[in-house]
Design a protein around this ligand. Structure first.
Ligand code: NAP
Length: 453
């Protein structure tokens, strides 16, 4: 494990004490503080006025009850969260996650990471995150709608286009954003398009937002590969998950000539030696909202594809040149990293937030694998959300090509900023250090300028 600088260690200890039991939040803070020793050695003023302590403390945390009625007429209770982490650079911005694992520590880790990610985009957005322990799996459309409406009854008091702008995340896509926007509009009597992003095109959404996170990660990895004179062309790629991020990663990798050979969900993974059939994947996941094993059922047995249950192995057992974890936090362990390295992986791009454990990251870096941390590599989603806010503010609607071109430029800039910062701080090729320092400095400078807030 990398050590935290002795001047920063007491700050970390206070975060651990004050947020007892919030393991993912501890992990996210530790990773950033590990990178900051070199910054405070160069710029000791960042230790003044408890600046780092303030960055580690959310500005506001809201926890609320979400009662709703299921299809059998039973009253269900879930817990809702919104953590407004940092607004030094702009209104809070970050997704909403519906998953049974959600708790305040997970939302805080996501909000903390989001603050630096948003800073890296160069766009005027602060960091926040929200969600609920509601499990959408197996719920009817009516149940999803009633849940989203109840969630918004409380959330609407805390958001607004100049206050806090939520979007989607795990379990929250276009359908849920639609239900939440409808309820917000009804409660406030305002058509405030910029209050939520990830909207459908016909009521203020942006072209390329659905694709943006997966496409963005692919652009980032393309830039990393280019530093070694490599490209996606002909590479075997494994993408975990099969949700929004994963599907559009597959799409972009294929367009760059890569061959995606495996995808997954929480029930297991599918290997398709001929390359994943994107049309089929979309049919299974976007249209039928089915399980990944159904990919095989629809494709038919004996056509070069097979399914492995989650209990019988991990997708990281599949040999590949490029790994793009796009499901959830800590899905790629130290043991998985060892397998990937032994199988010759050359690059890893994190589409999900914090999918690699600290041990896995260390193993990749020590083996000289190009490693792109999520807070840089998956920033394309939020960047395009900020472009959606721009279009809403100017009542404009850009073409797909225009929007994707902006996304591509933003991702290349983030890549170059991370690489350049790593060079500047004496750690060439260390994208983790580069992303943490570059994101931190942007937030820190703004906080410094705004006084003790
Ligand atoms: P999504 O559409 O809900 O898809 C999530 C996928 O991950 C599903 O295939 C899901 O499988 C799988 N998954 C979730 N929990 C899992 C677990 N514990 N083990 C194995 N698989 C699991 O969500 P998403 O928007 O693609 O988000 C994926 C990741 O990207 C998250 O870390 C999210 O924070 C991050 N991210 C998303 C965006 C965005 O724009 N959407 C932007 C930046 C970062 P099941 O259906 O079986 O649960």
């Amino acid at each position: 494990m990398v050590n935290v600088d002795e001047k920063l260690e007491p700050i970390l200890q206070e975060v651990l004490r004050r947020n007892a039991g919030e393991l993912e939040f501890h992990q996210a803070v530790r990773e950033v503080l590990e990178s900051l020793g070199r910054v405070i050695a160069k710029h000791p003023r960042y230790l003044e006025n408890a600046l780092i302590e303030r960055i580690c403390e959310p500005e506001r945390q809201i926890i609320f009850r979400v009662p709703w009625v299921d299809d059998e007429g039973r009253v269900q209770i879930n817990r809702g969260f919104r953590v407004q982490f940092n607004s030094a650079l702009g209104p809070y911005k970050g997704g909403i996650r519906f998953h049974p694992s959600v708790n305040v520590g997970i939302i805080k880790f996501l909000g903390f990471e989001q603050t630096f990610k948003n800073a890296l985009t160069g766009l005027p957005i602060g960091g926040g995150k929200g969600g609920s322990d509601f499990n959408p799996r197996g719920r009817s459309d009516g149940e999803i709608m009633r849940f989203c409406q109840s969630f918004m009854i409380e959330l609407h008091r805390h958001i607004g286009e100049y206050i806090d702008v939520p979007a989607g995340d795990i379990g929250v896509g276009g359908r849920e954003i639609g239900y939440m926007f409808g309820q917000y509009k009804r409660l406030t009597n305002r058509y405030e398009a910029g209050v939520l992003t990830g909207k459908a095109l016909f009521y203020g959404g942006s072209r390329a937002r659905t694709e943006a996170t997966g496409y963005g990660n692919t652009y980032f990895v393309q830039s990393m590969l280019a530093t070694k004179g490599e490209s996606f062309d002909g590479k075997k790629v494994v993408v975990s998950g099969s949700g929004n991020v994963a599907i559009y990663t597959v799409e972009k990798v294929q367009s760059f000539g890569g061959k995606v050979i495996a995808i997954s969900d929480s029930s297991g993974y599918v290997v398709d030696e001929n390359g994943i059939d994107l049309k089929l994947l979309k049919e299974v996941k976007e249209v039928r909202r089915a399980r990944i094993a159904d990919y095989l059922k629809l494709k038919g047995e004996g056509k070069g594809a097979y399914f492995v249950k989650a209990d019988n192995g991990t997708i990281w057992d599949v040999p590949c040149d490029v790994a793009m974890p796009s499901a959830t936090q800590n899905e790629l362990t130290g043991a998985d990293a060892k397998t990937l390295v032994a199988n010759g992986v050359m690059a890893v791009g994190e589409g999900a937030n914090m999918p690699s454990t600290p041990e896995a990251i260390r193993i990749f870096q020590e083996a000289g694998v190009l490693f792109a941390p999520g807070k840089a590599a998956n920033a394309g989603g939020v960047a395009t959300s900020a472009l959606e806010m721009q279009q809403n503010a100017s009542r404009d609607s850009w073409t797909f090509e225009q929007t994707e071109a902006r996304l591509a430029t933003i991702m290349r800039n983030i890549h170059d900023t991370c690489a350049g910062t790593a060079d500047e701080y004496g750690a060439p090729g260390d994208y983790v250090l580069g992303a943490n320092i570059a994101g931190f400095v942007k937030v820190a400078q703004a906080m410094d300028a705004l006084g003790i807030i």
